[in-house]
Ligand binder design. Structure first.
Ligand SMILES: Cc1ncc(COP(=O)(O)O)c(C=O)c1O
Length: 457
């Protein structure tokens, strides 16, 4: 009942979004340009955004906690970023001939990763992980690599795979090359025994392990204490490299990303999202020794748009002037308040839900059944793409999202799998957090009734 009422209210509130979607659907599959963006009954179409606010084409105003799938640690349209884009555009949008600004940005990135020597730029997270894996293979002369399950590393062939409960593989897409996948092994997160076994089963064959240091594509799942250090040790004992996919943690979890936060020094770091404040900017960072493969043209890294001047300038402004060392404390504090506020309301209403937060990110999981998996074990179950899908009550998750929208809050990206998270940017305020919690206080009551109705059916 609640879900139907909320859907009807959503449709009534967003007629222009529907029109825009109808039009887009005629010329574009599903009317969206990334499959993740589709939403039933229709996606919200955005007009503009500024600070912590976003407005849809129907004129509805929301406090946005999605921040462009986590890109916008700087918040929407940060004045310095906007000015940088305006100025940079007048000097040309692309040269595809070297210019000085790329070295300046590389130097800025290396300040955050002082144990690394060199940087190459790309245009997205997917491109970055693709090149990082290729570099690791080229450097070690080994083809097989390990993907830690629960991670998402983009849309290129060998990473488009999940492990199922029984250890089988499930491809995220048709058209992915089975042959490319032959060189892939998947291992659960936070499981060093399984990792050791995978190395032993593939002696002298593993080029690298790629891992999200905090799983941020199954909500928020932090590593267990010591896991990342021991993983690094294990990789090196077996002659493999460790690749940190910091696309969602870089310049967010700390000034120096997850490497600083956990004090770990992997062999290659992949960056994108926050370093570019929303422009298409990615980078991989490594030692001179490993990057030597690219320098000698033994591993190929190219791209027409790489290090284009606008992205370089935006990256520079973002890292040098906007996401400075001193700005992280405030959003982290606001995030703790939000997580604590959620937990208190969940407890007060005895909702089958749990919240996990870290740094500027948090997520609420709406559970199908609270009895099945003890609370302390849940993180393990969520830490796989299948686990999370099976454990989440998708109806309640959708009702939560729609009910929060009704209150003018976009709490997490439009998804009913609870596989994303909120981001508190440096432009969010105390008042934004207070409004978010006031909204959830009301929504929690509605969800409680919905859950009770479900149990009684
Ligand atoms: C950890 C991680 N790696 C890689 C990617 C792929 O990045 P992009 O969407 O820019 O290709 C994402 C996207 O969300 C991500 O979260």
């Amino acid at each position: 009942m609640l879900l139907q009422r909320l859907e009807a209210a959503y449709v009534a509130r967003t007629p222009k979004s529907k029109q825009a979607h109808d039009r887009a659907q005629r010329v574009t599959p599903s009317g969206v340009h990334s499959n993740f963006r589709n939403f039933d009954p229709h996606p919200t179409f955005i007009d503009r955004a500024e600070g912590s606010r976003i407005w849809d084409v129907d004129g509805n105003e929301y406090i946005d906690f999605t921040m462009g799938f986590g890109c916008l640690m700087a918040g929407h349209a940060h004045p310095e970023v906007v000015k940088t884009i305006q100025d940079a555009a007048t000097r040309g949008t692309i040269y595809a001939i070297p210019h000085e600004r790329s070295a300046l940005l590389a130097e800025e990135i290396l300040k955050r990763y002082p144990f690394m020597d060199q940087v190459r730029f790309t245009n997205s997270g997917s491109e970055t992980t693709m090149h990082a894996i290729r570099l690791a293979r080229g450097y070690t002369g080994r083809e097989t690599f390990i993907k830690v399950d629960g991670g998402y590393h983009g849309a290129h062939d060998p990473v488009m795979v999940w492990a199922t409960e029984d250890g089988e593989r499930d491809m995220l897409s048709q058209g992915v090359s089975e042959k490319a996948l032959a060189a892939l092994v998947t291992v659960p997160f936070n499981d060093l025994e399984a990792m050791e076994a995978a190395f032993k089963a593939n002696p002298d064959a593993i080029s690298a392990v790629i891992v999200e240091p905090v799983l941020l594509n199954v909500g928020v799942i932090p590593p267990e204490e010591g896991y990342l250090h021991q993983l690094l040790d294990l990789c090196h004992r077996h002659g493999a490299l460790l690749i940190f996919d910091e696309v969602k943690t870089g310049a967010k979890l700390a000034y120096g990303g997850a490497c600083e936060f956990y004090d770990v020094q992997p062999d290659i770091v992949c960056l994108a999202k926050a370093i570019g404040s929303g422009v298409p900017l990615g980078a991989f960072v490594s030692s001179k020794e490993i990057m030597g493969k690219i320098e000698r043209d033994e591993v190929f890294h190219t791209g027409t748009y790489n290090s284009n001047p606008i992205c370089m300038e935006v990256g520079l402004t973002t890292l040098k002037n906007v996401l400075t060392k001193d700005v992280y404390e405030k959003p982290f504090d606001l995030n703790s308040q939000l997580v604590d506020g959620y937990n208190a309301l969940i407890k007060q209403h005895d909702l089958p839900a749990m919240t996990v937060g870290i740094g500027p990110n948090g997520n609420v999981y709406f559970l199908k059944d609270t009895q099945d998996v003890p609370l302390e074990d849940r993180a393990k179950h969520f830490a796989s793409n299948h686990g999370i899908f099976d454990l989440i009550d998708h109806d309640v998750a959708k009702a939560y999202l729609l009910a929060m929208l009704e209150h003018g809050i976009i709490p997490v990206p439009f998804s009913v799998t609870c596989s994303e998270q909120w981001t508190i940017s440096i432009q969010h305020t105390q008042a934004d957090i207070d409004r978010h919690l006031e909204a959830f206080a009301d929504v929690a009551v509605q969800l409680k009734e919905m859950v009770a109705e479900k149990v009684n059916v």
